[in-house]
Design a protein around this ligand. Structure first.
Ligand code: 6PG
Length: 242
């Protein structure tokens, strides 16, 4: 599919290494022409290993952390110390030591109501990226059901055309989520999917090889107005592409 660049690595370790190298180089590229780089991080479990690698000696010295503004592409509506919190996962992995103290790390304020939290997060984004909403880099994951961020199948947020951040109640999880919307994601300069494991093979097939049905397979909606979507996929997940 036009606009999708595949980076297929043999296993999880080489996948994380390749993704970390790409992100390191993408950040350096942005900072060669800008004072700051804005990055939205993915939640879930797959990226934890990537964040730990970026925070390690192999990478941390090559990244200008004090010039990076970090956001979360979505958040579970739980306290920041809750086991399900993406903010907690990021703090424990990417920002576990002082070497990687970022210029700014913007958590979602989950002390507010879901609607207020989404509005406040959108304002925090506007304060940093301005009216065009162009983030430099967005890292995304892919759920087994082909959701990305918290854009779940058959949810109204998939049709959002103007807001950048929305709250949604996810019936099947019995939980509130705060998520970037499709317009905000598609405004980004560089979009990177990180997909690992056999459990994602069917989802990636639907997204990249199957018929267009974005309400069922929301990651199909990720089609940036500028640039390419980089898919970092290991062999097990890439079985869905053969
Ligand atoms: C979240 C994520 C979500 C995630 C996918 C894949 O908050 O859960 O942002 O979109 O990327 O669900 O999650 P895993 O990496 O845990 O499979």
């Amino acid at each position: 599919m036009p606009g999708n660049e595949l980076h297929i690595l043999p296993d999880n370790a080489s996948l994380l290494q390749g993704t970390a190298e790409f992100l390191r180089d993408s950040i350096a590229d942005v900072l060669s022409s800008k004072e700051h780089c804005t990055i939205a991080l993915s939640g879930g479990s797959t990226p934890r290993g990537l964040y730990e690698l970026l925070a390690s000696r192999s990478f941390s010295a090559d990244i200008q952390w004090d010039k990076l503004h970090f956001f979360l592409g979505d958040e579970r509506y739980v306290p920041h110390d809750h086991p399900d919190s993406n903010f907690r996962m990021v703090k424990e992995s990417l920002f576990r030591n002082r070497k990687t103290e970022p210029a700014y790390l913007y958590p979602v304020d989950t002390n507010l109501t879901p609607r207020e939290a989404a509005a406040a997060y959108e304002q925090a984004l506007r304060n940093v990226v301005g009216k065009d909403g162009v983030l430099d880099i967005i890292l995304l994951g892919l759920g087994n059901d082909a959701h990305t961020a918290s854009l779940f199948p058959n949810t109204d947020v998939l049709d959002e055309k103007t807001a950048w951040v929305k709250e949604l109640y996810v019936e099947k999880l019995n939980a509130w989520r705060i998520t970037f919307t499709v317009p905000l994601i598609n405004a980004a300069r560089t979009i990177v999917f990180l997909v690992s494991g056999a459990s994602k093979a069917e989802a990636i097939h639907h997204v990249l090889r199957g018929p267009r049905n974005p309400r069922l397979f929301p990651a199909q909606l990720v089609k940036p107005s500028q640039g390419v979507v980089h898919w970092f996929v290991d062999d097990e997940a890439a079985r869905g592409l053969s």
